[in-house]
Design a protein around this ligand. Structure first.
Ligand code: FAD
Length: 509
């Protein structure tokens, strides 16, 4: 009979390195590493087979690593408290270890149930912060200094070995089809697992980082940014591992490389800054930051507009190319994500919730904290960010000047001359005939008249921003969620540039 057994519950932290719960548990007794496939999570409207495919690859690698240490991963399927109860009947474990998870509402509720179950069952539950995000934060003052300190701390090494436990039932790692999720074959999809994640990060720092600030706006170049987001989102890499790796190597870079490394590190900082917001107010997954905007767009949901947007059939080539590329690959750069949301929110005046769920299912790197904050920022419902409306024609001209990206993802437009590729509706009829395309038949005409739609959107937005309640919301949201970095960086041109690229008003964030 094994004594002092410690269960380590893996969630969105699928790695061995820099995993404090695993390290702590291993100091105290034999470790039972557990992963639970939870029906509530995998069948939720924000989950898709592409997420499971990535998770599965991470689990295979994690299981290999744990097996090599002496104790394989135990995989169970079911509601977490039921699984823990069953497990306890099989092996008398003493404690449960996990990271504090900042994810979606389902995860938030589930973690509370586990706390209650542990109390009721007199099991010690050790929940450990996963990075810079602070649970039950009372004030944003000092948060940045705290984040810096957490990033400086030493990483937790993987245990050197684990004590093998008597045979405990574990299900094989199922594929998405077996789980009833269906299948998805992505093009150029990223392979899950910490080893690949580390390789992607290393290649970014060694070969690609110098071009990062200039290249990241272009949707054509899939290698312009770091491409580590899914590894962070599913915890194959910790934020601290990434920050420490870039800091270590930045010293050997030239001035251009060091500047790019600072830009990159700022993004990593923003990541947890946004996650802190959903940690502090999980309701923002469903509710506007500014509750005074609650009626805005509430009754204007147009399913035809939504379907056209979601399927890349709006008649705006850059919007459609971005959506189709995202569907096929599971990734899109920041600027183009922002443009998709801006188009849904302003041109089509769709409430952000359905588009946010659609994009959540498409992003392999879906991270609720970043996702809902960014979505609301782009949709103009936070009250503390200046709404930014992207013109898809201008974005196309600026970032896909020759139209190669559009032609690749919207092959109907392959023969359209470059001067019309981002606004094919401007092509004279004779030219349409010459290149063999019938707009409105082979490819849609613009679903809305941009000028008219934007004039209406601006008028509506201005109306909603005028209420007294909106001003009160602004103070509350600033107080609760805004970064306190403003004063420190007020005159910092570098950060102004960051703000421009991120597409929001840095001063008010
Ligand atoms: C509407 C919308 C939704 C988004 N949803 C997600 C999401 O679900 N998951 C996600 O990881 N990112 C999201 N982003 C942010 C950003 O687009 C992606 O993080 C980035 O494109 C990932 O590619 P990368 O790893 O090459 O990024 P890099 O530019 O190399 O950045 C490195 C890391 O920093 C973080 N990061 C980068 N940009 C931001 C940002 N603007 N805000 C917060 N953190 C950032 C990410 O963890 C990223 O992996 C969203 C952006 C928008 C506009």
């Amino acid at each position: 009979m094994s004594k002092n057994v410690q269960v380590v519950w893996f969630k969105r932290d699928l790695r061995l390195q820099d995993h404090q719960p695993l390290w702590e548990a291993a100091q105290r007794g034999p470790v039972l590493p557990l992963y639970v496939i939870e029906p509530d999570i995998i069948h939720a409207p924000d989950f898709a087979p592409r997420h499971w495919n990535f998770i599965r690859q991470c689990l295979i690698e994690l299981n290999n690593g744990l097996s090599a240490l002496g104790q394989p991963l135990i995989i169970r399927q079911g509601e977490i408290c039921t699984v823990l109860k069953q497990l306890r009947a099989e092996i008398a474990f003493e404690a449960l270890w996990a990271h504090q998870e900042t994810s979606n509402w389902i995860g938030f509720k589930r973690d509370k149930q586990v706390i209650d179950w542990c109390k009721h069952s007199t099991i010690a539950f050790h929940e450990i912060p996963a990075g810079g995000v602070v649970r039950r934060l009372t004030s944003r003052e000092g948060w940045h200094a705290h984040w810096d300190q957490v990033m400086l701390r030493s990483q937790f090494p993987a245990p050197q070995s684990l004590t093998p436990l008597p045979a405990i039932l574990s299900t094989p790692i199922p594929d998405a089809l077996t789980l009833g999720l269906g299948t998805e074959q992505l093009r150029n999809s990223q392979q899950g697992g910490s080893n690949v994640g580390q390789h992607v990060l290393n290649s970014f720092i060694a070969q690609r980082i110098r071009r990062y600030p200039r290249g990241m706006g272009s949707p054509n170049n899939l290698r312009a940014s770091a491409r580590i987001s899914p590894y962070l989102a599913w915890g194959a890499l910790s934020g601290r591992q990434v920050v420490q790796t870039v800091r270590k190597h930045a010293q050997a870079l030239d001035a251009v490389g060091r500047k790019a490394a600072r830009t990159f590190e700022n993004r990593l900082h923003w990541r947890e800054h946004f996650m802190q917001k959903i940690e502090d107010e999980p309701e923002i997954e469903f509710e506007n930051f500014a509750r005074s905007m609650d009626g805005m767009r509430a009754d204007s949901y147009n399913p035809i507009y939504f379907d056209a947007w979601a399927n890349g059939q709006t008649g705006y080539p850059m919007v459609d190319a971005c959506m189709r590329s995202l569907q096929a690959t599971g990734w899109l750069n920041f600027r183009m994500r922002a443009m998709l949301v801006s188009f849904a929110s302003y041109h089509l005046w769709l409430h952000w919730r359905e588009p946010a769920l659609h994009l959540a299912r498409l992003f392999v790197d879906y991270e609720p904290g970043i996702h809902y904050c960014q979505h609301q920022m782009q949709a103009g419902t936070t009250s503390i960010n200046i709404p930014r409306i992207y013109d898809p024609v201008k974005q196309g001209v600026d970032h896909d000047a020759k139209g190669g990206f559009v032609r690749h993802w919207v092959p109907e437009l392959r023969a359209v001359p470059t001067s019309f590729i981002h606004a094919p509706w401007r092509m004279p009829f004779e030219m349409q005939q010459k290149v063999g395309i019938a707009l409105g038949k082979d490819y849609p005409l613009p679903i809305v008249d941009a000028k008219q739609a934007l004039a209406q959107a601006r008028a509506e937005l201005t109306k909603w921003r005028k209420s007294d309640q909106y001003q009160e919301d602004k103070s509350r949201v600033l107080q609760k969620h805004a970064s306190r970095r403003r004063a420190q960086h007020a005159n910092d041109a570098h950060n102004a540039e960051q703000a421009r690229q991120l597409g929001f008003d840095f001063k008010n964030l």
